[in-house]
Design a protein around this ligand. Structure first.
Ligand code: TPP
Ligand code: MG
Length: 290
């Protein structure tokens, strides 16, 4: 692990500057992620980031850690492969609402069900922003976008209720305009052992004039300030459906459960990367199949 005293947010600089639009919610998420890594003492060599395709995924170019950019929607298969190969390595997924819940929706449900020890940071702007502002699966009814000029008319996917129902063991929501609290939620999510989601309300300043920083600021409140306890699925689901004049943020649900790596006998003693490559007795192994 990197030495926390030497780490600063500058430790993750690549020398490239962000190309995000000035004011994009991605900035708040990026700074919160860097703050969280510094707080946990995870330097560029101590963590693997898997990026989706979208404005969020462009972070790959200005964030120095072990990392890869997957195909659009395929962050979770890649992340689970990395976790199987080297399960002590923290793996964080930088995904979008389109990437993670549209193209990658099926992977998302099955990853939540398996409970690998990975964290999904979901940049939830209700839009496909990189492709210039089409409605994403989380777009709310009535929202007018390039692809829905009369307003969205179908039901949105709710990342929180979907994750809780599918079996995720840490489910939280943050706001890109509150970096201090978002940092805390990311630290908690990465420290949680199991599949963790931080769904992040993220204003898109270019393609969305409705869900602005002011819009969210007037509505968001913290569950923990109201004595909420995240230990009951039914209560968590009810809270996760709350959306309107008041929008809850914080930890909706958390439970301890064996991870997919815990259940994998082949890596019980040693991570796969630390295991010897040679096959001890190839002839007797082959004889089983002949
Ligand atoms: C298989 C495939 N389909 C479609 C695209 C085009 N595409 C690139 S980014 C994107 C949407 C990104 O939306 P989201 O994940 O919400 O990211 P954001 O830009 O909002 O951060 C799409 C559809 C692609 N690159 N690959
Ligand atoms: Mg998006």
């Amino acid at each position: 692990m990197g030495s926390q005293s030497e780490l600063t947010i500058a430790s993750y600089d690549t020398g490239k500057s962000p190309t995000w639009c000035p004011g994009c919610g991605d900035f708040g998420i990026w700074i919160s992620l860097k703050n969280a890594l510094v707080k946990m003492g995870l330097g560029p060599d101590d963590v693997f980031l898997v990026y989706g395709i979208g404005c969020h995924g462009n972070m790959y170019s200005w964030m120095k850690t072990y990392a890869c950019e997957g195909l659009h929607g395929r962050t979770l298969p890649v992340a689970q492969g990395i976790k199987l190969a080297n399960h002590p390595l923290p793996v964080i997924i930088i995904s979008g609402d389109g990437d993670g819940l549209g193209e990658g929706g099926n992977h998302f449900i099955h990853a939540a069900k398996r409970n690998p020890n990975v964290t999904v940071i979901l940049h939830d702007n209700q839009l496909y922003s990189l492709t210039t502002g089409q409605a994403s699966p989380t777009a709310k009814p009535g929202f007018k976008t390039k692809s829905t000029p009369e307003g969205v008319y179908d039901e949105p996917i709710n990342p929180l209720t979907m994750s809780i129902a599918a079996g995720a063991t840490y489910v939280a929501r943050g706001f890109a305009g509150d970096a201090a609290y978002l940092t805390q939620l990311i630290v908690d999510a990465v420290n949680h052992k199991g599949f963790s989601l931080v769904d992040i309300l993220q204003p898109c300043v270019t393609f969305d004039k409705i869900h602005t920083y002011a819009y969210y600021r007037q509505r968001v409140y913290r569950l923990d300030a109201e004595g909420y306890k995240p230990d009951n699925k039914a209560t968590a689901l009810a809270k996760a459906f709350e959306w309107g004049d008041r929008i809850p943020t914080g930890v909706f649900y958390q439970e301890e459960k064996p991870t997919s790596e815990d259940r994998e006998a082949a890596i019980a003693e040693l991570p796969l990367v630390a295991q010897p490559l040679e096959i001890p007795d190839i002839d007797s192994m082959l004889a089983e199949f002949i």
